[in-house]
Ligand binder design. Sequence first.
Ligand SMILES: [Zn+2]
Length: 447
Amino acid sequence: MSTRRTFLVAGAATAAAVAASTPARAAAPDRELRRILREIDPARVEAIVRRLVSFGTRHTLSAQDDPVRGIGAARDWIFAELERHATASDGRMTVEQQSFVQPVSPRVPVPTRITNVVATLRGSVTPERIYVVTGHYDSRVTDVMDAVKDAPGADDDASGVAVIMELARVFATRRPEATLVFAAVAGEEQGLYGSDHMAQAYKDAGADIQAMFSNDIVGTGNAHDGTRNDPRTVRLFVEGVPTSETPAEATTRKSTGGENDGPSRQLGRFVKDVEPDEMNVRIVWRRDRYLRGSDHISFLLRGYPAARFTEPRENFNHEHQDVRVENGVQYGDLPEFCDFGYIARVARVNAAALWSLAQAPGTPKGVVIDATQLTNTTTLRWQPGTEPDLAGYEVVWRETTAPDWQHSLPVGNVSTVTVDLSKDNVLFGVRAVDTTGHRSPAAAPKP
Ligand SMILES: [Zn+2]
């Protein structure tokens, strides 16, 4: 591509013209990340899924105090396992049972205690910056109100809980720069109640959640329906127009675009950039599948960037079904339909995303595009970051019709820059870079 002229009008003197236009890819996995990926163990994943299935049902309305059957037994086991993992963290990982009473609601006929089991690994440099990953440990059968029948929930969603538990084990011995939260939430099938409570608690505390991932139905690339196995693909659903968009923001968007540049879309681009070689993250530009949702929506409602991992093709005979054989067809969410190597690979996709997010600087905040004058240049401003290893910023851009960033331009450790490109013709983002080359997700500017 051609060389562009750039004027750096940041506080510091000036700047020579800067040669531009390198591809916009993120850095290769660092050595620590490669070790993390190797430690994620399919045998441990299998043991977790089978143990969760052994509780018979994990329905949110099932027994809370039976030591062997029901959601209470599952809750206590998950808590004990995460506490055990936390012992390897020198006190940096803490595990809590986040309980509340859900009042009577459409799928909750009596006030019911719901408990999220939450392991928090405190960041070593910027602990106030938080990344959250969840699976839901409640399960269901055909009748969403049936708390008695066996509801194995192997794929939906013991697989997602296995992801977060295995990640907690492997990360407990690491020192990520930002805080990582590994959570098994409940009440999902009754109406996302556990994650809703969790997201609201973060919001009330003013927590800086910079990304959240729900792992829900990540059990296999094989739909067992005669179609080809697709064991190296996981879908990531990322919304476009933010669920939390205000009417004023909608007015601006209608005027100048940006449907494809919400914080969740930027997160999707970031995850794709750091996917491990062994997996293809298939980004889907929707909040979720038709008729379905998951715990990421609780975070999107509060304005946090969030996305949902799920397997490439589902078999609906194996989800939300009574365990039975009908006309020779096995129904039910059984572990025999899971591929534990696949779940481990999905855990590695999460690990790569979380580690890369935590080691990079935070996403730039307060990014503004100067729209006060008619010019053929573009002036961007943002709040300076506070990370001690912050090296500077890059401006990225692409054609308005292109899906992903096409160009990046290092602009130094400044908080405003004027670029010799018309804001009318391309889409911009700003990302932060540290001294070892880790790049943050991009933030699209607002006028
Ligand atoms: Zn689910």
